[in-house]
Design a protein around this ligand. Structure first.
Ligand code: GLN
Length: 541
């Protein structure tokens, strides 16, 4: 049994633009761009009932979407948005929806589909309707992706911009703050798109640019204190990764040692990682940390498992067993201490992209998950009967990093590359043995140290060395030897959905290769993986 979860709710404290999603692949970019402008924005599915909102947005954006508004079964927004008396901006499908609401004959299938760049010419008619284009009087490049179009202007609207193919590339109501764009301002292919969104959020909606991580930090610490109470205690797993470190430090600031962090050494962490994380979290950040050395249990259990999924499953379930046992011990210890009461909460580092994923509109036939259902899909530990506390669930990764800086976490920790939960186990193809873990660890350590040394760490999104257990032949000291192959991988990406391999200089790769061959016993070939994602993935298993 899990009680009501406790994610942060910035819309209660910060001016908020509500973005309603009609299923476009770009919707999350709208919220991102607004937040880059220090304006908080939250996404909900287009089916959201306005009467069920627990806040009043300063403005609403209707996203694009793959449907045609005039088709039976296409999604439509709750008409109550028009009674909220807040500014509305429709983007592509969103604009077509506004026009269709006024009169279904307003939207038709166009004869020309328009995908790609177009040149937009703002018309500059009067100060009300042109507010969106303030400071953007000249022609500009915009990115279009549509087949439908407005057949005529909805009543009361004006054309504020045209393109070669779109008579109604941008429209605005003559007196009400309702705007529509046929193109996508949220994508980088529309270079001035952010200025348009800024004009909407600041000039038209009147949002304050108060969404900063230091403001969020203060507000969140306060909220956590109120939620947990004077005696409540919170338990959480940490890995040394950015998310769990930032969440743990936030908890520490809020409730001190009534937050209990647990680090499980699963035997497949990187070289010296467990000691390093212990030092960073406990000594430097002052977090109340318990380290559990379960490496032997993990390595024993991994023996003989070759299938990647089975490895992942084994590590996941073993982790829960160990964590649960540790939680019980901590609960007993905590109950004895006079500083506090029962452990009632479990900290989880869920980020906004996971939330967005479960809130995005999946199509008219899909079951629409409600805001609340998001929580039910998360991997909680039922036996602990704890209530989830998720301070990062409204943040993007770069915001988490910024929050880490606001909390005084050193740059090196804030900028750490992601590391998978099953660790090195999924960087060893096939069966994991202590010998292979050691080899992969040492090779990885050399690769990462050289990357740091060359000043490349922050230019790369994720880098590691993996081990291919195939035996390759080599000649070392005139002797024929057979050794494992090391696969180096380094990628750059903004969202980890797509990625490119990083272009190292030849001397750099030679240096790393020489060092690995010379310093890591048991390796006789080093390769560099230049596969992009897709079709590859970032990790090898
Ligand atoms: N389906 C609509 C069209 O083709 C909307 C597309 C969009 O929102 N990108 O015009």
């Amino acid at each position: 049994m899990t009680a009501e979860p406790a994610g942060s709710v910035p819309h209660k404290a910060f001016d908020t633009i509500l973005t309603l999603d009609f299923g476009s692949q770009y919707t999350h970019l709208i919220t991102r761009r607004l937040r880059e402008l220090n304006v908080f924005s939250e996404m909900l599915p287009c089916t959201q009932k306005i009467s069920e909102l627990d806040f009043t947005p300063k403005g609403i954006i209707l996203s694009g979407g793959p449907y045609s508004v005039y088709d039976a079964g296409s999604p439509h927004v709750d008409p109550a948005i028009f009674d909220l008396n807040v500014p509305i901006l429709g983007i592509c499908y969103g604009m077509q929806e506004i026009a269709y609401r006024a009169d279904p004959d307003n939207v038709i299938a166009g004869t020309h589909r328009e995908y790609g760049l177009a040149t937009l010419k703002p018309q500059m008619i009067n100060s009300h309707v042109d507010r969106l284009f303030q400071g953007l009087e000249g022609s500009m490049r915009v990115w279009m992706s549509h087949g439908d179009k407005l057949a005529k202007l909805p009543e009361g609207f004006h054309t504020v911009a045209i393109s070669e193919n779109s008579e109604y590339a941008a429209v605005a109501h003559g007196t009400k703050p309702i705007y529509g764009l046929q193109f996508h301002p949220e994508v980088t292919h529309t270079p001035n798109g952010t200025k348009l969104l800024k004009n909407f959020a600041l000039g038209i909606c009147g949002c304050e640019q108060n969404w900063t991580m230091s403001a969020f930090m203060d507000q969140e610490i306060e909220r956590i204190r109120n939620l947990v109470g004077e005696k409540g205690q919170v338990l959480g797993a940490v890995s040394g990764g950015v998310d769990s470190t930032v969440a743990a430090k936030l908890m520490k600031e809020a409730i001190g040692s009534r937050f209990w962090a647990v680090l499980v050494d699963n035997g497949v962490m990187r070289l010296n990682e467990c000691e390093q994380v212990q030092k960073d979290l406990s000594e430097h950040l002052g977090i109340n940390l318990t380290v559990v050395d379960a490496s032997q249990q993990f390595l024993d259990g991994l023996s003989g498992i070759e299938d990647p999924e089975k490895k992942r499953k084994f590590i996941g379930s073993k982790f829960i067993d160990i964590f649960e046992a540790e939680a019980k011990k901590i609960e007993e210890a905590a109950a004895d201490s006079d500083r506090a009461g029962k452990i009632e909460f479990f900290l989880q580092g869920t980020l906004y992209p996971d939330v967005i994923e479960s809130l995005s509109f999946k199509g008219p036939s899909a079951t629409i998950k409600t805001h609340h259902n998001v929580y039910a899909t998360l991997p909680i530990i039922p036996a602990l009967c704890l209530c989830l506390i998720e301070p990062l669930r409204s943040l993007y990764k770069d915001e988490v990093r910024e929050l880490g800086r606001a909390l005084g976490i050193p740059e090196q920790l804030v900028m750490r590359h992601p590391f998978p939960g099953p660790g090195i186990a999924v960087r060893i193809l096939g069966e994991v043995t202590p010998e292979k873990v050691e080899i992969a660890r040492r090779a990885d350590h050399i690769f990462i140290s050289e990357i740091r040394e060359a000043g490349l760490y922050n230019q790369i999104s994720q880098a590691f060395a993996a081990l291919d257990p195939s035996r390759a032949v080599g000649v070392m000291g005139d002797k024929r030897v057979y050794g494992y192959m090391i696969i180096l991988r380094a990628v750059t990406t903004t969202d980890f959905m797509t990625a490119e391999s990083f272009e190292f200089s030849w001397p750099f790769l030679q240096r790393v290769t020489n060092r690995i061959i010379n310093e890591v016993h048991g390796v006789c070939r080093v390769t560099y993986d230049i596969t992009s994602k897709p079709p590859g993935t970032i990790e090898l298993e």
